[in-house]
Design a protein around this ligand. Structure first.
Ligand code: C2E
Ligand code: MG
Ligand code: MG
Ligand code: MG
Length: 288
């Protein structure tokens, strides 16, 4: 009977698993070609200073324009790029492109680049950063590297020496998705972060859940005392913005200010903020 059950299960699941495996393999094969075929692009999303409303910079977000599938979300290919190690060359491309874009804006705005755990563990990563900076001519303090807790967990000492090397290049380092991991506070004590990005999940129910408000208040307060810039992610409503303002949060990012947009759309966005491409910001940025 048990044998029969086993066989039944085998027969039942096999086609579905097989289809999923094939699908994965297709996606992986396509991902291997995507870089050489120029299928990646960056979208930039504005980050603003909460107190003044000034534009302070952008986060560069990777997009894959697949020839048949259309736009593939990073959630659907970054994990695979991580597993296969393809994130290392892809990440180098992102760095170079983002620095080039920001240098071309030439208006003192920062650009934030997401760095995955595999990249942070790569000994040559600082060389890739140096290369992106020197190729573009971007001032190092205008480049911000966003890392998540899981990039620090596996090898705390390795991550620490990597972070120090990156900081010695003059870049800023942000902790992304703050509050979603196991030990966000512990890492804040151990590592020299310049910025904390409070995860969208806390901002989402800021107006409805007392707990989220209390957490945001505590984190912005803590950042203030530690000299770390606080940034709220996923700000979608004016009500959320008003609450963040009341809590003393430094910066905000979200659909309220703008969705991630292709680089061609940025001049219009600069104009909306009273900036032009190629000229310095009218208002001093919060952190530099
Ligand atoms: P993340 O770094 O936390 O980026 C913020 C994500 O939130 C982006 O999703 C952005 O489009 C989205 N977002 C921004 N404002 C709002 C809002 O007001 N409401 C909502 N609902 N969402 C908002 P996206 O672009 O799909 O990227 C997802 C994740 O993929 C990123 O999360 C990051 O972890 C990863 N990623 C993106 N680009 C890269 C990259 O170049 N390299 C690496 N390693 N990871 C990347
Ligand atoms: Mg990010
Ligand atoms: Mg984030
Ligand atoms: Mg996130």
């Amino acid at each position: 009977r048990a044998k029969e059950d086993g066989r039944d299960r085998f027969c039942f699941f096999e086609p579905a698993m097989d289809a999923r495996m094939k699908e994965r393999h297709r996606l992986e094969r396509d991902l291997r070609r995507a870089l050489a075929d120029g299928q990646f692009l960056l979208n930039h999303q504005p980050i603003v200073a909460v107190a003044s409303g000034a534009l302070v910079g952008f986060e560069a977000l990777l997009r894959w324009r697949h020839p048949e599938r259309g736009m593939v979300s990073p959630a659907d290919f970054i994990p695979m790029a991580e597993e296969t190690g393809l994130i290392v060359p892809i990440g180098r491309w992102v760095l170079e492109r983002a620095c080039e874009d920001a240098a071309r804006w030439g208006n003192g705005l920062k650009v934030a680049v997401n760095v995955s755990p595999k990249q942070l563990a790569d000994r040559d990563f600082p060389l890739a950063v140096e290369r992106a900076l020197s190729l573009s001519g971007l001032a190092p303090n205008l480049l911000e590297l966003e890392i998540t807790e899981n990039a620090l967990m596996a090898d705390v000492e390795g991550a620490m020496s990597m972070m120090l090397r990156l900081k010695s290049l003059g870049c800023c380092i942000a902790m992304d998705d703050f509050g979603t991991g196991y030990s966000s506070l512990g890492y804040l004590r151990t590592f020299p972060f310049d910025k904390v990005k409070i995860d969208r999940s806390f901002v989402q129910d800021l107006a409805s859940a007392r707990e989220s408000g209390a957490i945001v208040r505590a984190v912005t307060g803590l950042c203030g005392s530690l000299g770390i810039t606080s940034t709220a992610e996923g700000v979608e409503t004016k009500e959320q913005l008003a609450l963040l303002q009341a809590e003393g949060c430094d910066q905000a990012q979200g659909y309220l200010f703008g969705r991630p947009a292709p680089v061609e759309d940025l001049p219009a966005l600069f104009a909306r903020f009273g900036l032009r491409q190629g000229s310095p910001p009218l208002l001093p940025s919060e952190d530099s």
